[in-house]
Design a protein around this ligand. Structure first.
Ligand code: TRP
Length: 467
């Protein structure tokens, strides 16, 4: 029996699905708190350089590898390389698995906030910081919300590529974008908003540290859904007529715009409300309700609820891409039927997310799980640090090495040329090939070593060699 592979119906289908995968909690929840903890504007500068110089070429590479191989993340490296190299794909699948386990928990928070704003009294709270801290310790509520979220994800992935993913992305993303713009305009008129804008847009390079760099690179990979084969998997469903470089440009710009706007919304709010930009993972949940509280109560409920609902949809188009990667692996490689694979994986990942869920105060042991980088870390922090901040750029490193030395850039060019006949010989081709063969492997390889040593072993490499 041959199992038919899915396929995107048209160009917008792929771009919408890839943008849907990219735009999610990473942009609205993670980006502002990472920027807030890492110097604000300096972080933004490094982030921008990284997405265009490092991530964009890797993204083009991933999509091309997927389309050429017509395989899942694991099979792609075997098809274009050999069986041993398939571990690169295997590592990516593992990262996606672990990322989804905690991502789903945070998505559950967003869903809970939607319900609390619309049907509860969240907007009457006096102290949103205290509310959030106690909210995330509630085991049962969070268990149910994240279960609902995972079930919704599994349901869409089960229905296959076309119907599920495309429709959801096409309607929800533009609405979210417009709402964000409206909120930003509103936030900029608040008292002290300017302080936030300064923090976010006026770089103080004396704040630049190694941590700023690895945090920004990790964030860039996370936000663009890179480094673990999500775009290899999506790329395998793309038609040969698709212009890959154009699609990657649109996805990168769309993803960046949403993250940029989220920062431009959160920091003015944080400063006008006298909060701390360094608050960490709760930042958005603590800062954002304030803007809805000051609206007319009914309007606040509608707009605030609407915002968190849209955030849930953005998260959903990301979780489906995270679940699609291991699903494609079992369906393509093991020839298992799609339906039980999807539900089995969803249940397993949900259970693996429980320690992360409990690590927000419900379990003291998991909450103060480890101490590194000069701070006490929760179990969720650990999984996020290992599998996204370190794991994804490492995946990007391996993918660029693979393209540069095994698959070869001439095959990359030939693949991109289908759908983009002007590509061979263009400046863009030279740029991408140079980056993929030189800068990406060198920078990401070095960064991996420096990050692991500094983060987990407190060894500052550049200090050691006297820099
Ligand atoms: N990019 C998504 C976000 O910003 C999260 C995500 C979806 C992801 N698929 C991924 C991250 C694959 C890494 C790899 O919310």
């Amino acid at each position: 029996m041959t199992i038919k592979r899915g396929g995107f119906t048209n160009r917008l289908g792929f771009v919408a699905a890839a943008a849907g995968s990219a735009i999610g909690l990473g942009n609205i929840w993670r980006f502002p708190y990472e920027a807030g903890q890492n110097g604000g504007a300096v972080f933004l500068v490094i982030y921008i350089i990284c997405i265009f110089a490092i991530c964009f070429p890797v993204m083009v590479g991933e999509i091309a590898v997927g389309r050429k191989s017509q395989s899942d993340a694991y099979g792609a490296f075997r098809a274009l390389g050999n069986k041993r190299l398939a571990v690169i794909g295997g590592f990516g699948i593992l990262c996606g698995f672990m990322i989804l386990s905690f991502y789903n928990v945070v998505a559950g928070w967003a869903f809970g906030y939607f319900l609390e704003i619309v049907f509860g009294d969240l907007l009457q709270e006096k102290d949103f910081g205290a509310f959030f801290s106690s909210y995330v310790t509630d085991f049962w509520d969070n268990l149910i919300y994240s279960l609902v979220f995972m079930a919704a994800t599994a349901w869409i992935v089960m229905k296959g590529i076309k119907e599920g993913i495309e429709t959801a992305s096409k309607i929800m993303m533009p609405i979210l974008f417009l709402l964000l713009i409206g909120l930003v305009i509103h936030a900029l008129t608040l008292d002290n908003a300017w302080e936030g804008v300064k923090f976010y847009l006026w770089p103080d390079f004396s704040e630049l540290t190694i941590k700023t760099i690895y945090a920004a690179v990790g964030q860039a990979f996370f936000s663009l859904s890179l480094g673990m084969g999500a775009l290899i998997t999506y790329g395998s469903y793309v038609s040969k007529k698709e212009n890959i470089t154009r699609a990657a440009t649109v996805v990168t710009l769309a993803d960046f715009s949403v993250a940029f706007l989220a920062g431009l919304l959160i920091f003015p709010l944080v400063f006008s409300q006298g909060q701390q930009p360094t608050a960490g993972p709760g930042l958005v949940f603590v800062a954002l309700p304030g803007i809805f509280q000051h609206m007319d109560p009914l309007i606040g409920r509608v707009v605030g609820g609407g915002f968190f609902l849209l955030l849930c949809f953005a998260a959903l188009t990301s979780t489906i891409s995270l679940l699609e990667v291991p699903t494609a692996y079992f369906v393509d490689e093991k020839k298992w039927p799609r339906k039980p694979v999807v539900w089995g994986l969803a249940l397993t990942i949900f259970i693996m997310g429980l320690p992360s869920l409990l690590s927000q105060g419900a379990s003291p042991f998991l909450t103060n799980f480890l101490f590194y980088e000069g701070a006490s870390k929760t179990f969720l922090d650990l999984i996020s640090d290992v599998f996204s901040e370190v794991g994804l750029p490492l995946g990007g490193f391996m993918i660029s090495i693979f393209i540069a030395f095994k698959w070869k850039t001439r095959n990359l060019t030939a693949e991109i040329a289908q759908g983009n006949p002007e590509y061979p010989g263009s400046k863009l081709e030279r740029f991408i090939n140079f980056m993929i063969t030189t800068i990406c492997p060198l920078f990401l390889g070095l960064l991996f070593i420096v990050t692991v040593l500094q983060k987990f072993f407190n060894i500052e490499v550049f200090h050691l060699i006297g820099l």
